[in-house]
Design a protein around this ligand. Sequence first.
Ligand code: ZN
Length: 177
Amino acid sequence: MAILKVARLGHPVLRKKAKPVKVSEIRTPSFQKFIEDMIDTMHEYNGAGLAAPQVHVPKQIAVIEIKHNPRYPKAPKIPLLVLINPKIKIPAREKEADWEGCLSIPDMRAKVPRYKKIVVHALNDEGKKITVRASGFFARALQHEIDHLSGHVYVDRLSKKDFRTFTHLQEFQKYWS
Ligand code: ZN
């Protein structure tokens, strides 16, 4: 078990386009160890997800899991999911705005517009093709993590009007939740 250091906004690695993972690499012990470390790191910081660039590795890997999460007490439970080289499809253009935070932008929140429903094609941690259909908070978490793989963070998705919801966590708890 290892807790990895999380890159904060301003570190160039968060703005790089992550490279696809070679299928032959997935089953190697060092790759499997890295995925375990990503999961441990996500748990340690109570993240709902983590993308490899957030731990200074510009590769297309993301993990998502929501048990009971004190950072998102109202969120539904989502079983552990490892996504490698994910591609998003948008079946309907409808969006909704809801609160998001990011381990790379500590102690901040904003109301971010995201597609309500998405379909994700990816490889899992065994290198097998998977298809994930998601809506609501799950779809939001996937869009957030997959955005990291193309060098985007949630504040990039805010319009000028949305930006007016950008708030420190303490003020979020006091005035918005
Ligand atoms: Zn994030």
